[in-house]
Write a protein that binds this ligand. Structure first.
Ligand code: 13P
Length: 291
């Protein structure tokens, strides 16, 4: 198989598509012929994974609509953000148990817009990741550098710092609950490299830039996962070879195949181009062809 970790195509709708638009999107996908035979075949055994990450108010309708279309095994519906505590005085937040009640078990964590506008940090992203993984959720955890950081040649330093702080906080959260990360937890984690300068700007990273950052992230995981790395930082990290790393930032149906041709790019986390069924479908088809 040319993509050893398969391909994951996740659409992040951000603050778009309320319940009516969510239903119309999914009905539109059906009218366009989703899923094709290729998508159905590739989704067996989860070589191809697809998801939409929708506003909280649309989760229930999207989940029900996916089930009505008979796509529960083909298209996941996930939250864009989930708190680490189960309940309590956290106005405006949703928790894993609340989401589970409506059949949601996938969440994005640490998106740069959460960091930029809502004070999310590596530490809170780490806690959210650990809490969600320990409750059976799948998590897509985002990291990435800003434009000034890239221009200053700090991309790798920023990625190392983010990874280190996220997994340190995740480990501390698990320890505080008397838990330890296992293979089963890590198998539910996907990383997303989203250079902030590429998000919503039309400035996609070139396949070379994406590959370089993804290979660096994988190399960091290898290092931190070794006895020396773990002893030095007391870190538990996901396995380097099996953890999927998605690229996000101005992904389109036109540039996706080129990005997927990179050995360490295992899928896409897509904003703008995931909002229309036509382009989202093209992205999924491109994903199926890359496998
Ligand atoms: P765009 O695809 O609109 O650049 O957004 C990327 C993103 O932030 C996905 O999470």
């Amino acid at each position: 198989m040319s993509k050893p970790r398969g391909v994951f195509v996740a659409g992040n709708w951000k603050m778009n598509h309320g319940p009516a638009a969510a239903r119309a999107f999914l009905d539109g996908l059906a009218r366009l012929g989703f899923p094709s035979d290729a998508v159905r075949r590739a989704s067996g055994g989860r070589a191809l994974q697809s998801a939409v990450l929708v506003p909280a108010v649309s989760l229930e309708v999207a989940r029900a609509s996916v089930a009505q279309h008979g796509w529960s095994d083909l298209l996941q519906v996930g939250s864009q953000n989930t708190h680490f505590e189960a309940s309590g005085a956290f106005t405006g937040e949703v928790s894993a148990p609340l989401l589970k009640e409506i059949g949601i078990e996938l969440s994005l964590v640490g998106h740069s817009e959460r960091r930029q506008h809502f004070g999310e940090t590596d530490e809170s992203a780490g806690k959210r990741t650990a809490s969600l993984l320990s409750q059976g959720f799948e998590v897509i955890l985002c990291i990435g550098e800003t434009r000034p950081e890239r221009e200053a040649g700090q991309t790798e330093a920023v990625l190392s710092r983010q990874l280190g702080e996220v997994f340190r906080a995740a480990g501390a959260w698990m320890k505080s609950k008397g838990l330890e990360f296992s293979r089963t937890h890590w198998a539910r984690l996907t990383l997303a490299y989203e250079p902030v300068w590429a998000i919503g700007t039309g400035l996609t990273a070139t396949p070379e830039q994406a590959q370089e950052a993804h290979a660096f992230i994988r190399q960091w995981l290898r290092g931190a996962g070794t006895a020396g790395g773990a002893a030095a930082g007391a870190l538990s990290v996901p396995p380097a070879e099996t953890t999927a790393i998605l690229y996000g930032g101005s992904v389109t149906p036109e540039n996706f195949a080129g990005l997927l041709a990179c050995p360490d790019v295992d899928g896409g986390l897509v904003g703008g181009a995931s909002l229309k069924p036509e382009s989202f479908l093209k992205l999924i088809e491109t994903g199926a062809q890359a496998i």
